[in-house]
Design a protein around this ligand. Structure first.
Ligand code: NAP
Length: 235
């Protein structure tokens, strides 16, 4: 049977790459974009089989968009729901320099927004065997981060990991799988800081690895923190 995935934030960057990757692997894909975002690239992925590619609209920071978004999915059920939306925040990344608004924005976009939406989406997952995946980062690991810096981004991703684990605790009896995935330092607008720095890996390497990780660990009933090569990361 055709497997299905909902990717939240899929019109550029890693989300777009993942939409293409899963589509190529024969999955049915619903990708989301914000209301005014250009969805040309996302739609073009589905050109060879438009029935397997659909677009929905949601900004994860906007509570009033949740109901219409859920309604637009009608009675669809997904094997995997992948929460990918995220921002880097101010380049300085410093707690001392950040305003209250800077911190609120990164936490709302990277943590509260995706987690809240995931909780609203629980009944859009297949049961049993549904899988929630979150685009985390190795920057969200407490144990492996011994150097300073990236304070705002780290705070948002460690919180994302924690609250994702909370969803798992609430639903593991029903067989939910929750994956927090580090995609590698990959070539995207965020990964290059809009062209200012060289990343470690190409986008294609990242999304192929992430899709492999999802296919390998989906529906296992586990809660795992993994990188794009399938290596387990310490929380
Ligand atoms: N690239 C890396 O090296 C790297 C490493 C570790 C983790 N990550 C994570 O991977 C995810 C994707 O990042 P990327 O590298 O692909 O960055 P990107 O090219 O900047 O793309 C970010 C995506 O998030 C969406 N987004 C931002 N704010 C949103 C909101 N309020 N509501 C809905 N969507 C929103 C963007 O949509 P718009 O086009 O509308 O802005 C875009 O689709 C992020 O969660 C990031 O933290 C990336």
């Amino acid at each position: 049977m055709t497997k299905s995935i909902l990717i939240v934030a899929a019109e550029r960057g890693l989300g777009l790459g993942l939409a293409e990757q899963f589509f190529k692997r024969g999955w049915s894909v619903v990708g989301t974009a914000r209301q005014d975002a250009d969805i040309t690239d996302l739609l073009s992925i589905g050109a060879s089989d438009p029935d397997r590619l659909a677009v929905a609209r949601i900004d994860v920071t906007k509570a009033d968009e949740i109901s219409p978004f859920l309604a637009s999915l009608s009675d669809r059920r997904f094997d995997v729901i992948y929460l990918n939306a995220g921002i880097f925040g101010p380049v300085h990344q410093s707690v001392l320099e950040a305003t209250d608004e800077d911190f609120a924005e990164i936490m709302l976009t990277n943590t509260f927004g995706p987690i809240r939406l995931a909780r609203y989406l629980m009944n859009k997952l297949v049961t049993p065997g549904g899988t929630l995946a979150f685009m985390s980062s190795h920057r969200g690991s407490i144990e492996i981060n011994v150097e300073a810096g990236l304070e705002l981004y780290r705070a948002s991703k460690v919180s994302l990991n924690m609250l994702a684990r909370g969803i798992y605790a609430d639903y593991k009896q029903q067989g939910l799988t929750v994956l927090s995935i580090h995609p590698g330092w990959a070539r995207t607008a965020m990964g290059t800081l809009d062209g200012a720095v060289e990343p470690e890996i190409e986008l294609e390497t990242s999304v192929q690895g992430v899709a492999d990780v999802v296919e390998r660990h989906m529906a296992t009933g586990e809660n795992l923190y993994l990188d794009y090569e399938g290596t387990r990361l310490p929380w």
